[in-house]
Design a protein around this ligand. Structure first.
Ligand SMILES: Cc1cn([C@H]2C[C@H](O)[C@@H](COP(=O)(O)OP(=O)(O)O[C@H]3O[C@@H](C)C(=O)[C@@H](O)[C@H]3O)O2)c(=O)[nH]c1=O
Length: 185
């Protein structure tokens, strides 16, 4: 597998080895030793799947406390995926990395704890999978406004379909500083 490190510390793009044959394909979507060597030191404790239609945008979500690292990928369809560094004290605070994840490119994206994460669906539907390094805690869950101008994210959609929670999300500058995770080098 090929691992590419982002300029934002901790963010990884992983291209697993895909074994194609007449039947279709096979790939290992996570393997403890290899992904640890790639730089993911955290342990995964929860696995999630969501399905969404074209134009849906989920995000930008984070938990604090109980910050979750997420290994994300797509089983069907195509999404534009974004990780925003919201770690207080981080040299890259407020910066983001984006990537296209699809059933064809088989890419995985590692969003470390302390980031806000979101995606929008480019295909008719998309089945989105992710492993998390901490459990879901509804009371710690928060939503950062997807189109906060301060983030400068070049989303490929202009009027996405949002959840009620995400349509009421706060801009980064509107969060109480204590709500944001702390950078741990
Ligand atoms: C995320 C999550 C939600 N739920 C429940 C709560 C709610 O009733 C329902 C839908 O929740 P949400 O609207 O928060 O789902 P969704 O908008 O898909 O939330 C997800 O978005 C992406 C971008 C992420 O990064 C994830 O970590 C997660 O925050 O599912 C769980 O039971 N466990 C979970 O881990």
């Amino acid at each position: 597998m090929k691992v590419t490190r982002s300029a934002i510390s901790g963010v990884l793009t992983i291209e697993p080895q895909v074994f194609g044959d007449d039947r279709g394909y096979f790939m290992e979507s996570w393997q403890a030793n290899r992904y640890r060597e790639a730089g993911i030191k955290e342990t995964f404790v929860q696995s999630n799947v969501s399905k969404s239609q074209q134009g849906v945008l989920r995000g930008l979500h984070f938990q604090n406390p109980h910050a979750q690292g997420k290994l994300v990928y797509v089983l069907s369809g195509e999404v534009f995926d974004v990780a925003v560094d919201i770690r207080r004290g981080s040299p890259t605070f407020g910066q983001h990395e984006s990537i296209i994840l699809s059933e064809d490119n088989h890419r995985q994206f590692y969003v470390p704890p302390g980031f806000a994460h979101g995606f929008c669906v480019l295909s008719a539907t998309a089945t989105f999978c992710y492993l998390c390094t901490d459990y879901y805690h509804a009371e710690a869950d928060a939503s950062l406004l997807w189109n906060d101008p301060a983030l400068g994210i070049d989303w490929p959609v202009s009027s996405p379909e949002l959840s009620e929670k995400d349509s009421k999300a706060l801009k980064l500058s509107d969060f109480d500083e204590n709500k944001l995770p702390v950078f741990e080098p």
